[in-house]
Design a protein around this ligand. Structure first.
Ligand SMILES: *[C@@H]1O[C@H](CO)[C@@H](O)[C@H](O)[C@H]1NC(C)=O
Ligand SMILES: *[C@@H]1O[C@H](CO)[C@@H](O)[C@H](O)[C@H]1NC(C)=O
Ligand SMILES: *[C@@H]1O[C@H](CO)[C@@H](O)[C@H](O)[C@H]1NC(C)=O
Ligand SMILES: [Ca+2]
Length: 344
C-alpha cells in the first residue's frame, strides 16, 4: 500500500521536474516572423491564387481549345468540301466553256435567221448544212434552218455533220439508241419522226426538197465489233409524194465491201400501210420498216433495232447484206446528204 503510494509520489515528482525543466516545451512562445518571411508568405498566398487562376485558366483554355479544335475540324471539313465543290465547279466550267462555243454558234444562227428575213435572196439562202458550212459554221450539232419563201421551205431543225469527209452533211436518218420505233406509217415517214439528237427520220418531204439539186448520199455504219464502214452514192434524189418518193441513185463508192442499196434504185417508198413494193409479200410488214422495198431487201436501214446478243437472229433488223449479210443488225447507222457541188 505504502509502496504504491510512494511510487505515485515519485511519478508526480518526475512529472513536476520534467514540467519545470522544460517550460518551453509546454508554452511555446509565438514565433516572431522576420519581414522577409512575411513577404514570402504573402507572395506564396498570391502565388497560390495565381496558380489556381492559371489552373482555372488553363482548364478553361483546354476546354476552349477542345471546342476550337472541333470547330477547326468542322472548318477544315467545310474548306475541303468547298475545295471539292470548287473542283466540280471547275469541271462544270470547262463543260460550260465547250458548250459556250456551240451556244455562240446557235446565237449566230438566230441572228442569221433575223438577217435572213430582211434580205432574202436565193444566193444567200440557208437551206441545208452545206450552206451553213460555207458560212463558216463548222461545229457538228443541231441547227435551225430558217424558212425560205423563195424556195418554199418551212423552218426545219437539222443535225449537221461538219466533220465526216469534209463536213457539210445534213443527216436524214440515224439509228444508234433503238429508242425510236421505225415501224411507222406513211404519214409519219412523210413528215419525219424521232429526236434530232437520237434516232430519227428527217421526213420524205424534206428529203425530197433537199435533193432537188444534185446531191450525194453517204451511209455511215458501225457493227457490234466496233468496225466502221461507209457507202457513198452520187446523184441521190427522192421524187415527190405524187411519185411515191421514188429513189434515184448514182454510182457507189466506199469501203463497206459491197453496195446494198442499188437493188433499191428506182423503186418507190413503202410503209406498213402502203404496199408499193415489187413483191407479192408486204415487204414493209415483213421487214418492219419504211423503205424503198423491192422484193424485198438488200439492205434494211429502217428495220428493227436489235441489241448485242439479239442482233444476229432476225431478218427484219438493220441490215446491209454486202457487209454482214441478211441476219446481222448493225449497231449504228447514219444517212446523210450534201450537194454534189460542195467543196470543203
Ligand atoms: C475558378 O473557376 C471557378 C469556376 O469554374 C470559380 O468559381 C473560381 O472563382 C475560379 N477561381 C479563380 C481563382 O479564378
Ligand atoms: C457511173 O460510172 C460510170 C463509169 O464507171 C459512168 O459512165 C457514169 O456516168 C457514172 N454515173 C453517174 C450517175 O455518175
Ligand atoms: C438508178 O436508176 C436510174 C433509173 O432507172 C438509172 O438511170 C441509173 O443509172 C441507176 N443507177 C445506177 C447506179 O445504176
Ligand atoms: Ca407487195
Amino acid at each position: 500500500m505504502l509502496k504504491n503510494h510512494l511510487s505515485a509520489v515519485t511519478w508526480l515528482c518526475v512529472f513536476l521536474v520534467a514540467f519545470v525543466g522544460h517550460p518551453v516545451w509546454l508554452q511555446k512562445p509565438p514565433k516572431r516572423k522576420t519581414p522577409a518571411q512575411l513577404k514570402a508568405a504573402i507572395c506564396c498566398e498570391e502565388m497560390k491564387e495565381l496558380r489556381a487562376q492559371v489552373a482555372n485558366l488553363s482548364s478553361l483554355l483546354a476546354d476552349l481549345s477542345k471546342k476550337q479544335e472541333s470547330d477547326w475540324v468542322s472548318v477544315v471539313m467545310q474548306v475541303m468540301e468547298l475545295e471539292s465543290n470548287g473542283k466540280r465547279m471547275e469541271s462544270r466550267l470547262t463543260d460550260a466553256e465547250s458548250k459556250y462555243s456551240e451556244m455562240n454558234n446557235q446565237i449566230d444562227i438566230m441572228q442569221l435567221q433575223a438577217a435572213q428575213t430582211i434580205t432574202q435572196t436565193s444566193a444567200d439562202a440557208i437551206y441545208d448544212c452545206s450552206s451553213l458550212y460555207q458560212k463558216n459554221y463548222r461545229i457538228s450539232g443541231v441547227y435551225k434552218l430558217p424558212p425560205d419563201e423563195f424556195l418554199g421551205s418551212p423552218e426545219l431543225e437539222v443535225f449537221c455533220d461538219m466533220e465526216t469527209a469534209g463536213g457539210g452533211w445534213t443527216i436524214i436518218q440515224r439509228r444508234k439508241s433503238g429508242l425510236v420505233s421505225f415501224y411507222q406509217n406513211w404519214k409519219q415517214y412523210k413528215q419525219g419522226f424521232g429526236s434530232i439528237r437520237g434516232d430519227f427520220w428527217l421526213g420524205n418531204e424534206h428529203i425530197h426538197r433537199l435533193t432537188r439539186q444534185p446531191t450525194r448520199l453517204r451511209v455511215d455504219m458501225e457493227d457490234w465489233e466496233g468496225n466502221m464502214r461507209f457507202a457513198e452514192y452520187s446523184h441521190f434524189a427522192l421524187s415527190n409524194e405524187f411519185n411515191s418518193y421514188r429513189l434515184f441513185l448514182g454510182n457507189y463508192s466506199g469501203n463497206v465491201g459491197k453496195d446494198a442499196l442499188l437493188y433499191h434504185n428506182n423503186t418507190v417508198f413503202s410503209t406498213k400501210d402502203k404496199d408499193n413494193d415489187n413483191c407479192l409479200d408486204n415487204c414493209a410488214q415483213l421487214r418492219k420498216g419504211g423503205y424503198w422495198y423491192n422484193c424485198c431487201t438488200d439492205s434494211n436501214l429502217n428495220g428493227v433495232y436489235y441489241r448485242l446478243g439479239e442482233h444476229r437472229k432476225h431478218l427484219d433488223g438493220i441490215t446491209w447484206y454486202g457487209w454482214h449479210g441478211a441476219t446481222y443488225s448493225l449497231k449504228r447507222v447514219e444517212m446523210k446528204i450534201r450537194p454534189e457541188a460542195f467543196k470543203p
